[in-house]
Design a protein around this ligand. Structure first.
Ligand code: ZN
Length: 287
C-alpha cells in the first residue's frame, strides 16, 4: 500500500471542496502555491471563468486533472429531454478532452425532475433503463474522442434526486454490459462516502480491478449526518475506515490519485487556505 505521507503527488483536490470560497482561477492559484499538481474541477466552475482561460492557467501552472465533474443526468420525462441530456454530455466530454482529463465522472441521474421539484415519474426502473441507454450513447461518442467515462455510484439516499446507480456492483454490471471487453473506455469513480457501507464492497472492488477503477474520492461519514448532501466530513472526523478501503482499492491494482472531495456547509464557511491545509494534512495522515 502506498504511503501517502511521502506521495503528495497523489493528492488531488476536487474543487467543489472550496467552491463557496473562491472562483476556480483563484482555487488553481492556491493549489499552485501549495504544489498541488492535480485537481478535479466542476463544469460550472470552469464555465464561470471560461474554458480557454482555465485550460491556459492549468498548462502554465503545470496542474493536471484527475477527473472532470461531471456528466450524467441522463433521465428525462420526454424524448426532447433525453436528447438534450445526450447533447449536454457530448459537450461535457468535449470539455474534458480540452482540459486533458483522464476521465469524465458520471452522476447518472434519477427520477426526472426530482432534483429541482416534484418528480415527473416515480418509475425508478424506467430511470435505470434510460441511464443505461444514455451511457451507451455517450460511450459511443466518448470512444471517438478517447475520453473514458467513470460511473460514480451514489449512496442510496440519493436514488431519487441524483443517481439511480447506487452500488459498485450495479455500476460494474453496467460496465460489463456496455463494455464487455474491458477496453478502458468505461469504468467507475469510487467515492468512499457513497460506498463505505456496502457489504459487498471488497468483492466488487476486486471485480473492478485496475481497468475499471478510474478514480478514487475520499472524505468521511459524520455521525450524526445532518444533511444528505452538504455534511460530508473531513477525513478522520467520521467513521469510514479510509486506510482499509484504500488498501482494497490499491490491492485491486489502482495506481491513480486520491481525490479529496467534500461538500460541507461547515468547511465551506472556513477560509480556503485553512481548508486546503487541512485536506493535505489529513490526506497524508488519515486517507
Ligand atoms: Zn465523488
Amino acid at each position: 500500500m502506498r504511503e501517502l505521507s511521502r506521495h503528495q503527488e497523489l493528492f488531488s483536490l476536487n474543487t467543489a471542496t472550496v467552491r463557496m470560497q473562491a472562483p476556480l482561477d483563484r482555487i488553481i492559484e492556491a493549489c499552485a502555491a501549495r504544489g498541488i499538481g492535480l485537481i478535479d474541477p466542476w463544469r460550472d466552475q470552469v464555465q464561470a471563468v471560461g474554458l480557454d482561460k482555465i485550460g491556459r492557467q492549468l498548462r502554465d501552472a503545470g496542474i493536471k486533472l484527475s477527473g472532470y465533474c461531471r456528466g450524467g443526468f441522463f433521465t428525462a420525462a420526454d424524448q426532447a429531454g433525453l436528447a438534450a441530456a445526450l447533447e449536454d454530455n457530448r459537450r461535457a466530454i468535449d470539455e474534458a478532452v480540452t482540459l486533458g482529463a483522464p476521465c469524465l465522472v458520471l452522476v447518472v441521474g434519477a427520477l426526472p425532475g426530482a432534483l429541482t421539484g416534484p418528480p415527473k415519474s416515480k418509475d425508478i426502473g424506467i430511470a435505470r433503463s434510460q441511464v443505461r441507454d444514455g451511457i451507451a450513447a455517450s460511450l459511443d461518442y466518448a470512444r471517438t474522442v478517447g475520453m473514458p467515462l467513470a460511473i460514480e455510484p451514489l449512496h442510496p439516499m440519493q436514488a431519487a434526486e441524483r443517481a439511480c446507480v447506487n452500488t459498485l456492483e450495479q455500476a460494474l454490471d453496467l460496465c460489463d454490459a456496455l463494455d464487455p471487453g474491458r477496453s478502458g473506455a468505461l469504468g467507475v469513480a469510487l467515492d468512499a462516502y457513497h460506498v463505505w457501507w456496502d457489504p459487498k464492497l471488497s468483492g466488487q472492488i476486486e471485480r473492478a480491478g485496475a481497468d475499471r477503477l478510474l478514480a478514487y474520492h475520499v472524505c468521511d461519514w459524520l455521525v450524526p449526518t445532518k444533511d444528505l448532501v452538504n455534511d460530508r466530513g473531513m477525513m478522520g472526523d467520521g467513521v469510514i475506515e479510509l486506510r482499509k478501503l484504500r488498501g482494497m482499492v490499491e490491492a485491486a491494482g489502482y495506481k491513480g490519485a486520491v481525490e479529496v472531495e467534500l461538500f460541507s456547509d461547515a468547511w465551506w464557511s472556513q477560509p480556503m487556505d485553512d481548508v486546503l491545509d487541512t485536506c493535505m494534512s489529513r490526506f497524508k495522515t488519515v486517507a
